[in-house]
Every structure is written in structure tokens, then in C-alpha cells.
Write a new protein. Sequence first.
Length: 160
Amino acid sequence: MIIDLNRLLQLEKITITNDSCISLDSNLQSSLGTETWNQINRLYSTLEKNKDTISGTLNKFINKNKKNSHSEFTFIDTFSGCGGLSLGLMSSGFNPVLVNEIEPKFLETYYFNHDLHIDNYHCGDIKDIAQKTNFERNIDLVVGGVHLAKGSPWQIDKDY
């Protein structure tokens, strides 16, 4: 995501800000690491500062405001990939309060295609969120779209 945002900002001839404005949740710093968090925070600060002049593509990165903490039905999506399982649940009235994926590119795709605030994402091992996360309310559903690798004993061998 950092590389993609840098490229898009360069294409639009926007200089990345170096001010100390905090745009990201500081709690994300522990899961992202300080250097990565600082890079992403600078990029998001730049986007926020230029939000009236940037393209629709760049606006997709900052116009995420749904946290869903007050939704009627909520869920946590583990092993989320790019969000197909979430999409089905959202069309049924559920809203994600936490999305977890260990692969950054998959989570980036999820983020780009869903209107969900960045604070609702966790990129890392599922074990990490069980110990660190406190929720404001009860969660109605926990789902996981676990990928079954070729050769897995649970794989269905069919040609599609």
C-alpha cells in the first residue's frame, strides 16, 4: 500500500508532508511497527491535507469512515482475503468490526473495495488480535475463510 500510494501521489504531483499530524490510530503502531506506521501516517496526512484536490482513486483511500461499532449485527472476519465472505454477510445485514488477514496485499485489496475505516483492520497473525483487542460491545459472529491449499486433506478435488 505504501508503494502504491507513493506512486499515485507522484503521478498527481503531490508532495508528501513531513508534519507531525496524526491521521492513524496510534494503537496500530504496535501491529504495524513504528517505521511502517510513520510512513503510512505521513501518506494519510498528505491525503487529508489535499483531499479537495486529489483524484477519486486517491480519495478512496481516505473516505473510509464506517467503524460499525453501533451496528445491529456485527462480525469479525478472520482469514479475510479480499473480502468475499464479508461482502455476503454485509448484504445480509451484518457489519464487520474487525477484519484480519496476514497477507498485506489481500488486506489492501479488501480495504480498497470496502467502505471501512482503517482502524477496523489488522494485518498479522490471528493469535495477536486475541490478546490485544477489546471490543465496545459483544460480537454476534466470528467467521473465517480459511484457504485450503492444494493437497490439503479437506480439499474437494473437482474441476471447476
